[in-house]
Design a protein around this ligand. Structure first.
Ligand code: URA
Length: 236
């Protein structure tokens, strides 16, 4: 949200009310700005103004950033008819304008970043920024160095014209590898493993750029990002 902004927009955003409801409240003289009852919808307000709705102070919470350890079974969407969403795991006020910066599939676990800062998340998701995302991959079949080398160099994905960009890959044991990719094509890791004749059986995201999933977060838990974690993305 940009300031100064219209009072009706501010109220709708911060109190999470439809504009029609906001206008009714203003007309009923229930809104005060810095101690004065205000009746004009387009009154300009800043973050420093004290805005009361029916006697309650409304505060814009600003830009916020969270990391979540996503469990299986949750979708990375704001709303879903069939499934719980990652937002159901967040106990935070006013998440209306939030989004996931780099989605995971319903059955993928691990690091999900959630924010209301579109510019920041653009730096993560834009293909031009080439931020590495690192995954732990469990596979159906045994992994061999020559196949994994193909992942490093780039493989052709079913239905795509250009091969994947060079990746980093390290075999951890017979059926697991750590894979870092700097693109975010649809089901990319699963399709990369399919391209070498294997199949992903479990997928877990460990990090995005230098933001690492906090190991103290149990599955389904989240916390705010620290200033330095936020700046990892802003800095570049
Ligand atoms: N690649 C996939 O195939 N799935 C994910 O959830 C993330 C990357």
């Amino acid at each position: 949200m940009k300031f100064p902004c219209r009072l009706d927009k501010f109220l709708s955003h911060v109190a999470d009310l439809p504009r029609s409801r906001v206008k009714i409240n203003i007309k009923k003289r229930l809104v005060q700005v810095n101690g004065e009852t205000v009746t004009k919808f387009d009154t300009q307000v800043t973050q420093e103004d004290e805005v009361l709705l029916d006697g309650e102070r409304l505060t814009y919470l600003g830009l916020r950033y969270f990391m979540l350890n996503k469990p299986q079974g949750y979708v990375c969407a704001n709303h879903d008819e069939l499934h719980d969403t990652v937002f159901d795991l967040l106990d935070e006020p006013n998440l209306k304008d939030f989004h996931v910066a780099g989605r995971l599939d319903i059955d993928t676990t691990g690091l999900v970043l959630i924010t209301n800062d579109g510019n920041w998340s653009h730096h993560i998701t834009s293909p031009k920024k080439q931020k590495f995302k690192t995954y732990l991959v469990e596979t159906r079949d045994e992994l061999y160095e020559d196949d994994v080398e193909k992942l490093r160099v780039g493989v052709e994905l079913h239905g795509e014209k250009v091969p994947t960009l060079p990746a980093k890959a390290e075999i951890l044991d017979k059926f697991s590898l750590r894979l870092s990719i700097c693109e975010g094509k649809y089901h990319q890791v699963k399709r990369m493993l399919a391209a070498i004749g294997n199949q992903v059986v479990e997928l877990h995201r460990e990090s995005i750029d230098n933001i690492h999933l906090d190991e103290s977060l149990h599955s389904g838990e989240y916390r705010q990002l620290t200033e330095s974690e936020i700046n990892i993305i802003n800095a570049k």
